[in-house]
Design a binder for this molecule. Structure first.
Ligand SMILES: [Fe+2]
Ligand SMILES: [Fe+2]
Length: 183
């Protein structure tokens, strides 16, 4: 039985998708003027930067995608290049959303539209992005990456995890669950 090299990443997608659902729900309410818990958006930005980007995207970019390149996938004009571009596009939406949230927190009126727009744009982008990884890129990786490379890929993930505190995932699960229970 081959060592699975994408299951961990698929599991991380589940938690990221729960945050995306929260962004969709709350951004729609913000656009209508019925949700102004700006702290939610700041926690969302922190989740995306730390859990989705620094933790999950780093495993993809530094470990799995590198392994695909070593197995012949081109770096340019390839599915990897497209995934990297989408990671960057996501960072841009989140940056714009954060700036508007900070303005709202500082008392500036009328930031709801830009916050909701960027939260929803991020959610749509990442939902599609995760779909492509789960359904196309990860299954491809499971097919093409030889057994001999698999232990070092898992070791790469473990090394990335070792840089985070022991309660890292539990902490972000708690943040997501807390907002899921918010009425
Ligand atoms: Fe990705
Ligand atoms: Fe991913």
């Amino acid at each position: 039985m081959k060592t699975n090299i994408t299951q961990t990443l698929v599991g991380e997608h589940r938690l990221i998708l729960r945050m995306i659902s929260l962004l969709e729900r709350n951004a729609c309410r913000t656009a209508e003027g019925s949700y102004s818990n700006w702290q939610f958006y700041l926690n969302g930005v922190e989740f995306i930067r730390t859990y989705a980007d620094r933790f999950h995207h780093a495993k993809e970019e530094d470990v799995l995608f590198e392994a695909l390149v070593k197995n012949g996938m081109p770096r340019e004009n390839s599915p990897i290049a497209a995934m990297l571009m989408e990671h960057d596009q996501g960072r841009a939406y989140v940056g714009t959303m954060e700036a508007a949230v900070r303005e709202a927190l500082a008392g500036q009126d009328g930031r709801e539209g830009i916050i909701a727009e960027n939260a929803l744009a991020y959610a749509e982008l990442l939902r599609e992005h995760i779909g492509k990884e789960d359904e196309i890129l990860y299954p491809l990786a499971e097919r093409v990456i030889p057994d001999i490379m698999r232990d070092s890929i898992i070791a790469g993930y473990t090394a990335a995890e070792a840089q985070t505190p022991a309660d890292f995932t539990a902490r972000y699960e708690a943040v997501v669950a807390g907002y899921e229970n918010e009425v």
